[in-house]
Ligand binder design. Structure first.
Ligand code: ATP
Ligand code: MG
Length: 217
């Protein structure tokens, strides 16, 4: 009898970790340590052959692409920017749901700027998606790459508008910004290393099945 192969699942701390836990639990896997309380980056689970590694949200696709993790959970936003090379995306987990939108200062007339064909300065972490979106609309933009706190850009004059994730809209509101255009709905996906899918076919197929049933519930 051969031992079960080790499965490494990459998650990011915060909402993805929190919202993945119930799905894992329904699939029969419980994470036995709280990442907010320990500094560990590798967490054991109730299944000896399954472990969780904690990485930055934007690094999840990279860990899975190179096989350092067999599978992971990543937002569609992150996957589109990464490109998805080497990743099999079997399930939309329907967690960490939000939308990617264009937002601007209340006193910036986005619709008019678009109509007039003006060049618009847009700050975003999502340059790939933003470039594609504005190109499809035929809108001229100068994109400014940022790594966080996008809401600050229009307030300081760095940009006319931003492309960012919105869920309730309260962060935008608190910064006097208005959502002027939805680009797409966002949720998190299960991503699996394509080589692992062959080498660890049985345990991975089993886990994907269990997670798929957990989403239905
Ligand atoms: P960090 O906060 O460490 O800089 P991050 O912003 O990429 O990293 P999170 O804020 O935890 O990490 O976001 C992780 C994922 O959760 C995003 O990639 C996105 O898919 C989703 N997400 C982000 N913001 C929201 C939101 N407001 N509502 C719902 N889901 C969101
Ligand atoms: Mg964040």
């Amino acid at each position: 009898m051969s031992a079960q192969p080790l499965l490494t699942l990459a998650l990011s701390k915060g909402r993805i970790f929190e919202e993945t836990l119930p799905l894992l639990k329904a699939a029969g896997i419980e994470v036995t340590e709280d990442p907010e309380r320990s500094r560990k980056l590798i967490l054991p689970t109730t299944q000896p052959q399954v472990r969780v590694v904690l990485v930055r949200a934007t690094d999840v696709p990279t860990y899975v692409q190179y096989g350092a993790a067999d599978l992971g959970v990543a937002g569609k936003d992150v996957l589109l920017e990464h490109g998805g090379q080497g990743l099999y995306q079997p399930l939309d987990l329907r967690i960490a749901r939000c939308r990617m939108s264009v937002a601007a200062r209340a006193d910036f007339d986005y619709a008019q700027a678009v109509r007039q064909g003006s060049r618009i300065r847009v700050a975003t972490k999502y340059t790939t998606v933003a470039r594609q979106h504005f190109a499809d609309k035929g809108v001229h933009v100068d994109l400014i790459k940022l790594y966080g706190s996008m809401e600050l850009a229009p307030l300081t004059g760095l940009a006319d508008a931003i492309v960012d994730l919105v869920s309730t809209g309260s962060t935008l509101k608190a910064n006097h910004l208005v959502e002027v255009e939805k680009i797409m709905d966002i949720s998190s996906r299960l991503v699996v290393n394509q080589a692992a899918l062959k080498l660890k076919r049985e345990p991975l197929a089993d886990l994907i099945d269990r997670l798929s049933l957990a989403i239905e519930r």
